[in-house]
Design a binder for this molecule. Structure first.
Ligand code: FES
Ligand code: FES
Length: 213
């Protein structure tokens, strides 16, 4: 009997149904609010339930399904997106909290079909296997490398410890992030050198080689 009651509270997609206090019957209708936000450079205005998570909003309302749900408890990092440039867990943030913000999902990372430096590094160094954790890894990596552009391998492991992968054993992910740092620093050095009248990217790449064992 207890099992049958529990099953009745599970939606066909396997996620718990809204239940009222004590789990008896559906919750009373909740407040709705209009939000306006930018997602991957596009402006959206939607009326939503104030309890809707940002991840649900992105996946179900905007059909941006590259954002994955693993634990839905803020533990695995699979649902990571960026809000105003900062990596956040979209299963924990409410969509109404992103009202007025700029959100970026994996769908907005490549430009004109060209992989970003971080995506390219994951591709080149086999940082993904099944790919379930990869969208969150890519968006978290971008934020991590902004804060620590020249990390050691130990710092990569520490800084990315909130993103869980079930497949790779992490070695290839660390390789990918080290290579992404190299790609990005090479680019920055080229830009800086271009400002000084030179086009060489070799110095920046060499510095990263020295610092990422
Ligand atoms: S699904 Fe959000 S942290 Fe796991
Ligand atoms: S590549 Fe499969 S979970 Fe990370």
């Amino acid at each position: 009997m207890a099992i049958r009651q529990r099953l009745r509270r599970i939606r066909p997609d396997g996620r718990p149904k809204d239940t009222g206090p004590g789990g008896r019957g559906p919750s009373p209708p909740s407040e709705r609010r209009v939000i306006r936000l930018e997602v991957n450079g596009e402006h959206f205005e939607r009326e939503i339930d104030v309890r809707r998570s940002l991840g649900d909003f992105l996946r179900e309302d905007l059909n941006l399904t590259a954002t994955h749900f693993g634990c839905e408890h803020g533990v695995c990092g699979a649902c990571t997106v960026q809000v105003n440039g900062e990596a956040i867990r979209s299963c924990l943030m409410l969509a109404v909290q992103a009202d007025g913000a700029a959100v970026r999902t994996l769908e907005g990372v490549a430009e004109d079909g060209v992989l970003s430096p971080v995506q390219q590094a994951f591709w080149d160094h086999k940082g993904q296997q099944c790919g379930f954790c990869t969208p969150g890894m890519i968006l978290a990596t971008e934020d991590f490398l902004k804060r620590n552009p020249r990390p050691t391998r130990e710092e990569i492991r520490e800084g990315m410890s909130g993103n869980i992968c079930r497949c790779t054993g992490y070695q290839f992910i660390v390789d990918s992030i080290a290579a992404a740092a190299e790609n990005l620093n090479g680019r920055a050095t080229v830009a800086e050198d271009a400002g000084r009248g030179s086009t060489s990217g070799e110095v920046g790449a060499q510095q990263v080689d020295d610092e990422v064992p």
